[in-house]
Design a protein around this ligand. Structure first.
Ligand code: GUN
Length: 290
């Protein structure tokens, strides 16, 4: 066998996301003809610049697919009580089908309290314990946006994942844990690594599918990746020059794997498309449309 540089294919998250959004736009037009416009409320507390960009992109996507959206930009010193009252108000409003509170919240606010307060049927992030439990047993309305987007990207490669080994780097409630669950649902053998994991490179080097969600710029280097692996980069980090990059050292890893997602233009756009999908689902359920 001649061994040399492998030419990997770059997974175009932006293009795949665009396709998903156009399908959602079509379905939305059908719903609107029935008098139902999906509505999403997005709450942002404080002025974290990254969160502001994410929220703006979510609003833009709502416009693209034809949803109604409402943004609630609350000041940094909002109290828990004020935030809770807003959630309760939105739970009761019929034209709001989805409620999303952008995380992280300022440190004086309790994100668990907020997540628990959102009506599970409007919880388009799928963060509420009821939805997390439903996902775990495989009987759910909503999938968590980032892991669902990653699954779509993996499917786009055409690689048959059943029986393959995946390593998920990171164990957050938003990405790592649900990611492992979705892979497991598709008969992947999954291992989760975290900051206390020993012999990390040894473990990651066994992965046919490697999902990096650790929040450390260019942490995953070529020596940590198996030849021909599918590499998915969930990171949104800044490199030494302040430039947006992922958890994977793209330049070195791209010559070793079979497929890789870029940052930006990989997982990020998919997360937003999946949020649109969840909001559409929420609107259908709440209006008894199957
Ligand atoms: N912060 C980072 N990712 C997410 C997400 O998917 N949803 C919310 N609400 N906040 C986030």
């Amino acid at each position: 066998m001649i061994r040399g540089k492998m030419m990997s294919q770059i997974i175009d998250g932006k293009a795949i996301s665009k396709k998903v959004k156009s399908q959602i736009a079509e379905e939305t037009a059908v719903l609107k003809a029935k008098g139902v416009t999906p509505g999403l409320a997005v709450i942002i507390v404080g002025d974290d610049p990254a969160s502001q960009v994410y929220v703006r992109n979510k609003e833009k996507a709502c416009e693209e697919v034809g949803f109604y959206s409402e943004k609630f930009a609350l000041s940094q010193n909002t109290t828990q009580q004020e935030l809770n009252s807003l959630i309760k108000e939105l739970n009761a409003r019929k034209e709001i089908n989805g409620i999303l509170c952008q995380l992280p919240l300022p440190s004086h606010l309790d994100d668990k309290e907020v997540i628990n307060l959102i009506d599970p049927i409007k919880d388009v992030d799928a963060f509420h314990p009821v939805n997390v439990g439903a996902i775990t047993i495989g009987d759910y309305n909503f999938l968590p946006c980032t892991p669902a987007g990653v699954m779509e990207l993996i499917h786009s490669t055409g690689v048959d994942v059943a029986g393959k080994k995946a390593v998920v780097m990171g164990r957050s409630n938003i990405v790592g844990k649900p990611m492992a669950m979705l892979l497991l649902h598709e008969n992947v053998t999954v291992e989760i690594t975290h900051s206390k994991t020993r012999n990390l490179a040894e473990i990651t080097s066994q992965a046919d599918i490697l999902v990096a969600a650790i929040g450390k710029a260019k942490f995953v280097t070529a020596d940590m990746v198996k030849d021909g692996a599918v590499v998915i980069d969930v990171g949104m980090d800044r490199d030494e020059n302040g430039k947006l990059c992922g958890d994977v050292d793209f330049e070195s890893v791209k010559d070793k794997c079979s497929f890789i997602t870029p940052v930006p233009g990989g997982v990020g756009p998919m997360t937003i498309s999946m949020l649109m999908r969840n909001t559409l689902t929420a609107a259908k359920i709440q209006n008894n449309i199957v």
